[in-house]
Each structure stands twice: as structure tokens, then as C-alpha cells.
Design a protein around this ligand. Structure first.
Ligand code: FES
Ligand code: FES
Length: 173
């Protein structure tokens, strides 16, 4: 068991209540004592040092912080970490294995689906949720699934192509 405040310098003051949670992150079970007000995005980035999850707006607007909770996309900037207790969370770090990129990552590489890359982790996880429930999406399906994610570089065309590329690859496998 780890106390989150061993790794976050801004520890709660004396007497501030904490709650023990157990969350499986990228397949690894973590038991942590956290303040009930802690956001899931902050737990992931600061507590667990998984900085692939980005925070762009902090208000559910941009989707940069998207992770999967029990396989469904969620904007982690507006989810309390305690709400993930007992659940499985997947971040972008969970996509690739040590040997191989996930087909979604390959698709972004092949179709040049990123420019600055800030939106990319959230886009990839939204895409993963789509392809898990619909392995043969249309272009409209992809656009709808990614409609909660903003790309400030406006590279939407190639992002859509990247997801369709990944869908083809996954069907071939
Ligand atoms: S940072 Fe969460 S939606 Fe923008
Ligand atoms: S690639 Fe820059 S925000 Fe999407």
C-alpha cells in the first residue's frame, strides 16, 4: 500500500480525512490512501507519474484527459479518484506492450494522425473504446466517437484516417 502523499508534496493537512481505494491501472492493482476530493487526472499524473494523460481545460471540454474506466471513455479531469475505486483504468501507457505498438498507435504513425500530440492520448483511448464495441466503423462512426475530443492543431482528417487504418489492421489480425 502506498500513500499518495508520499509522492505528491502537497500533502493534506493534519486531520484531513483520506480514503483507501484500490484501482487497477493498466493491469496493475494499486492501493492508495487519497483525499476524497482528489481528481482522477491528478492521481494518474502526479500520484502514479503516468503523464501521458494530459490536462487541457479541466472542465470536460477538450478530452485530452480521456482514460478508459472499465473500458468506457471518461474525462478524468472531472472524475473523482474515489469514483474509480474497484474499477479498471486504462491510460495511454497501457496501449503498447514492451515489444509492439497497439494498432491504434500504429495507425496514428502511419496516417500522421498527430501534430503537437497534446490531444493524442485522449484520441487514442476514445478510439480504442469505439473499436472494442464496433470493429468495423464508418467514417461517421469515428467522427462521432471522437466528437468529445478537441485537436487544437485541427488535424482531424488524419486522426479519422488513423482510426480507420487501425480498424482495418485489427480486423486482419
Ligand atoms: S482536461 Fe479534461 S476534458 Fe479537458
Ligand atoms: S495534435 Fe496538437 S492538439 Fe491535436
Amino acid at each position: 500500500m502506498t500513500s499518495l502523499y508520499e509522492v505528491i508534496p502537497d500533502a493534506p493537512g493534519e486531520g484531513v480525512p483520506t480514503r483507501r481505494v484500490t484501482i487497477t491501472v493498466n493491469g496493475e492493482k494499486k492501493t492508495l490512501d487519497i483525499e476524497p476530493r482528489l481528481l482522477l487526472a491528478h492521481l494518474i499524473r502526479q500520484g502514479l507519474q503516468l503523464t501521458g494523460t494530459h490536462v487541457g481545460c479541466d472542465t470536460t471540454g477538450c478530452g485530452a484527459c480521456t482514460v478508459l474506466i472499465n473500458g468506457r471513455p471518461a474525462k478524468s479531469c472531472t472524475v473523482l479518484a474515489v469514483q474509480a475505486d474497484g474499477r479498471e483504468v486504462e491510460t495511454v501507457e497501457g496501449l503498447a506492450s514492451a515489444q509492439q505498438l497497439d494498432p491504434i498507435q500504429e495507425g496514428f504513425k502511419e496516417e500522421h494522425g498527430l501534430q503537437c500530440g497534446f490531444c493524442t492520448p485522449g484520441m487514442m483511448l476514445a478510439a480504442k473504446a469505439l473499436l472494442q464495441r464496433n470493429p468495423n466503423p464508418t467514417e461517421d462512426d469515428v467522427r462521432w466517437a471522437l466528437s468529445g475530443n478537441i485537436c487544437r492543431c485541427t488535424g482531424y482528417q488524419n486522426i479519422v484516417k488513423a482510426v480507420l487504418w487501425a480498424a482495418d489492421k485489427m480486423r486482419e489480425q
